[in-house]
Ligand binder design. Structure first.
Ligand SMILES: Cc1ncc(COP(=O)(O)O)c(C=O)c1O
Length: 370
């Protein structure tokens, strides 16, 4: 008899929604290693040195038990001062951190307001949260204001607003200053900013758009697997919020702490960010070059460039054709996004010649497909 999951897989294939793991090859216009740190020799050396000095590979337990290895605390203290936050807590991934934030901090009589383009990790956290939630239109201040007023009319004890400073699939930027001006009128409102795609690249010294912002109820998330080239995530917030997460966040408590090797690697990566400023500058120059020379994503000037396409098939065919030409470009399709697209990402290792070559091929391939 045909198994249930064989049938489900067949359905996915029929709907052109079937995914499979594939090899990574071609010129990288797809990864989130925006600053080219994932292979940095200094990070490798820092790990080797720490291991030679006796650092263990496994953490051996939860952070609340034997897993609280000093490298995590050193990193958290360093990161708090780096991002000018009162306190900081390391999580094993950005997904887990978002899930922990939205399931731990807002509770039954609270309301979460979230941008309609919120990342899956935020949505999963909201789905599992006891708080009510209201979606607002993408990057739309008026829609956010309407949502705040609706939350107030529901007698929300506290209101939690979730935004991303750079949106992962559209590459556009939230206007955090406008949002702050709006929400300062509403008491008991918290702002959670996911800086996954801006950490290392934007804001003063690449410290993100939230660096030095004057707002007491601000929580920021800096993922470490993108521009920082490692993995994990740093949540920055007030001392009270961090202590509360340590006490109550189940995805932080009921899991073996990450390998301390990762803490050593992230710390070295933050040091490199400070010292090798040319990486960020080279990327910013490449971003300007692309946005000046190609009519792409005029809404935003970031390293993430979506090329919106009519349908899923065109997106997958275009990606395959580009891969055949030697470019690592992927199609992003529903349900990840509402509208299919190629998601091109720039990184420090790319040259203007490679970018020209890519866009020439994109134009030719899309012309042929249409
Ligand atoms: C906006 C955003 N937040 C969180 C995450 C999850 O981070 P991580 O990959 O570290 O789990 C991602 C990953 O793509 C993301 O784009």
């Amino acid at each position: 008899m045909e198994s249930l999951f064989k049938r489900k897989l067949f359905d996915l294939k029929l709907k052109n929604n079937y995914r499979k793991l594939s090899d990574v090859k071609g010129i990288d216009f797809s990864s989130n290693d925006y600053l080219g740190l994932a292979n940095h020799p200094r990070i490798k050396e820092a790990i080797v040195k720490a291991l030679q000095k006796g650092l263990s590979i496994g953490s051996s337990g939860s952070r609340l038990l034997t897993g609280n290895i000093k490298e995590f605390q050193i990193l958290e203290e360093f990161a708090a001062s780096y991002f000018s936050a009162e306190s900081c807590l390391f999580f094993s991934s950005g997904f887990i951190a978002n899930y922990a934030l939205f399931t731990t901090l807002p509770q039954r009589h609270d309301v979460i307001l979230y941008d309609e383009f919120a990342h899956a990790s935020i949505r999963e956290g909201i789905r599992a949260s006891l708080a009510k939630s209201i979606k607002f239109k993408h990057n739309d201040l008026i829609s956010l204001k309407t949502a705040i007023e609706k939350a107030a009319s529901l007698s929300a004890k506290t209101i939690w607003i979730s935004i991303e400073s750079v949106y992962s699939m559209d590459g556009d930027i939230a206007d955090i200053n406008d949002i702050l001006r709006l929400i300062k009128n509403y008491p008991n409102t918290y702002l959670v900013v996911d800086e996954a795609h801006s950490t290392g690249i934007f804001g003063i010294n690449g410290k993100g758009f939230t660096y030095n912002l004057d707002y007491e109820n601000l929580i920021t998330l800096h993922t470490c697997g993108k521009a920082l080239g490692v993995s994990g995530a740093l949540v920055c917030a007030s001392q009270d919020i961090i202590e509360y997460l340590i006490n109550k966040a189940r995805p932080f408590i009921y899991t073996t702490a990450e390998s301390p090797i990762i803490a050593v690697a992230v710390q070295e990566s933050l040091l490199i960010l400070q010292e090798e400023v040319w990486r960020k500058e080279k990327l910013l120059e490449l971003i300007s070059y692309v946005h000046k020379n190609y009519s792409v994503n005029l809404n935003a000037k970031t390293q993430i460039i979506p090329i919106i396409l009519d349908d899923e098939l065109t997106a997958t065919n275009a990606a395959v054709a580009l891969q055949d030409k030697g470019f690592d470009v992927r199609a992003i399709r529903p349900p990840t996004v509402a509208v299919s697209r190629l998601r091109i990402s720039l990184n420090t290792n790319r040259t203007k010649e490679e970018v020209d070559d890519l866009f020439e091929n994109v134009n030719l391939i899309l012309r042929d497909l249409k």
